[in-house]
Design a binder for this molecule. Structure first.
Ligand code: ADP
Ligand code: ASP
Ligand code: MG
Length: 455
């Protein structure tokens, strides 16, 4: 049994949905199909919510436009006998949405709770429609099985409970294909609508695949596979035929947007292969992600980057106890829910740095100042500093440490072109060399590194 996930562009138009239909209807056995909201709709739902919270009443036209978009698809693709029923479901959802917008506009305030409810309508509508477009498919509401809990200020999936509910909602063997919406969930304690974060439909699909021990997880998107770099930045990036779970996990957590980062772990854990495939070119072989991968002709599997990065550094005469400072910093961050991309050694011996999301910058500085308060007082630590507007460029392959001299070679490539390398993490990880540059140098650095690695 397979789990197939179709992203926003795949379910965005009548034409792309016709491709989805032909892909799913030609499967040999029933599958689970996870869909995103129609392409661009989640952004639209959020933008409309924000303007409603400023008292702008144009959400009324916004809702009319959303309904037109969904109704056009129903008109074109849902069999006539089911059209009225589907229109009624979608209309009811849209009138509930309009009521929420009206409330937001009246009180001129948009709480996180309201925003989570608002964005849920995208997947609630798309999944009902797709289920009716496919031959002999049933619909299941993902709010019936996806559960989250609060972790600091985030909603994270509650694995065991969600797994149990998935097994109840999708009894095996499947007798029909079942369609469900990705991304959305309920808080296990409050019952409020939550979600798994932007791009989270991939993760819903992975959780279902893992809970049901699926044979494979197929992520259907708008490119021919996982590529050596973001094709929007690197025009000559090529499709990677096969890669390992770890390589894909590293590339995605360092910014390769093709898969939402938490997606890989649950299927990796169950050794369920992932295929990345193109809805608009279904005969292309795509990328196969498994626990092994084919040998490489190049030194590297792929490169990716995360902008919106900052670097927090602890400085002082650290040489004698750098390991201890290192682990205390890590623990302090973990206790406070701040994730660290990497630990980097700047080009000096007297400081130690961590790269993290710029959204956590100020909090991270506060945490470290508190952690090292005694050392700051004694002078052993001379300061905790922050540098913003940075990027991390990640260069990934299994056993990258065995590629001799790669880190210095790449740093040289950048420096020769006048790019300032702020810090490097080379040798700390089995799979990734990470280079920190100014955010404004990101795309140029990616191009230089991609050319150095792939010619
Ligand atoms: P979906 O709506 O199907 O979830 P996304 O927009 O989330 O699609 O992800 C697909 C996009 O990811 C591609 O169109 C591409 O622009 C971008 N992308 C970034 N890095 C990579 C990469 N290394 N390989 C393939 N696509 C990438
Ligand atoms: N619709 C959601 C988003 O746009 C989830 C997804 O597409 O995966 O972020
Ligand atoms: Mg996506």
């Amino acid at each position: 049994m397979k789990v197939l996930k179709f992203g926003g562009t795949s379910v965005g138009t009548v034409g792309s949905l016709a491709n989805v239909k032909s892909i799913v209807d030609s499967l040999e056995e029933p599958a689970v199909v996870v869909v995103s909201a129609l392409g661009g709709l989640t952004d639209r739902l959020i933008a409309t919510a924000k303007s409603a919270s400023e008292g702008d009443l144009s959400f009324r036209e916004g809702v009319v436009e959303m309904s037109r978009r969904h109704f056009d698809i129903i008109e074109e693709l849902v069999p006539q006998s089911r059209r009225d029923a589907v229109r009624t479901i979608v209309s009811d959802l849209l009138s509930e949405l309009e009521d929420i917008y009206t409330g937001v506009a009246l009180i001129r305030e948009l709480s996180d709770k309201s925003l989570s409810r608002i964005v849920s309508f995208g997947e609630r509508m798309s999944s009902v429609i797709v289920a009716e477009i496919l031959d002999n498919a049933a619909h299941r509401d993902s709010l019936g099985f996806m559960r989250t809990e609060k972790w600091f200020n985030r909603d994270i999936a509650t694995r065991q409970l969600t797994d149990e509910l998935i097994r109840e909602v999708f009894p095996l063997p499947l007798t029909r294909t079942v369609v469900t919406g990705g991304f959305i969930s309920l808080d296990k304690d409050t019952g409020e609508i939550t979600n798994l974060g932007r791009g989270g439909s991939d993760y819903t699909a992975a959780l279902i695949a893992a809970a049901l021990d699926a044979d494979s997880l197929e992520i259907w998107t708008d490119v021919d596979g996982f590529m050596t770099a973001d094709p929007r930045v690197i025009h000559d990036a090529t499709v990677i035929d096969s890669m390992s779970f770890i390589e894909s996990m590293e590339l995605c957590s360092f910014g390769a947007k093709v898969i939402y980062p938490p997606t890989i772990y649950p299927v990796f854990h169950k050794n369920i292969p992932i295929r990345i495939l193109n809805t608009f070119n279904p005969s292309a072989p795509g990328t196969l992600i498994t626990d092994g991968s084919e040998n490489l002709s190049s030194d590297v599997r792929g490169v990716s980057s995360v902008k919106n990065t900052c670097m927090v550094s602890v400085s002082g005469s650290l040489t004698s106890n750098v390991a201890q400072i290192n682990s205390r910093s890590y623990n302090a961050m973990a206790r406070n829910g701040v994730s660290i991309f990497l630990v980097a050694q700047p080009n000096t011996e007297t400081s130690f740095s961590m790269a993290l999301s710029a959204n956590d910058a100020d909090r991270a500085v506060g945490i470290l100042r508190q952690e090292f308060a005694p050392e700051l007082q004694s002078g052993e630590v001379t300061g905790v500093s922050l540098e913003k507007d940075l990027s991390v460029i990640a260069v990934v392959r299994e056993s990258i440490r065995e590629v001799r001299g790669l880190g210095p070679r790449l740093v040289n490539t950048l420096q020769r072109d006048g790019i300032e390398v702020k810090a490097v993490s080379d040798g700390a990880s089995e799979t990734t060399i990470a280079i920190i540059t100014k955010a404004s140098d990101t795309d140029r650095s990616l191009r230089l590194i991609h050319t150095a690695c792939f010619g």
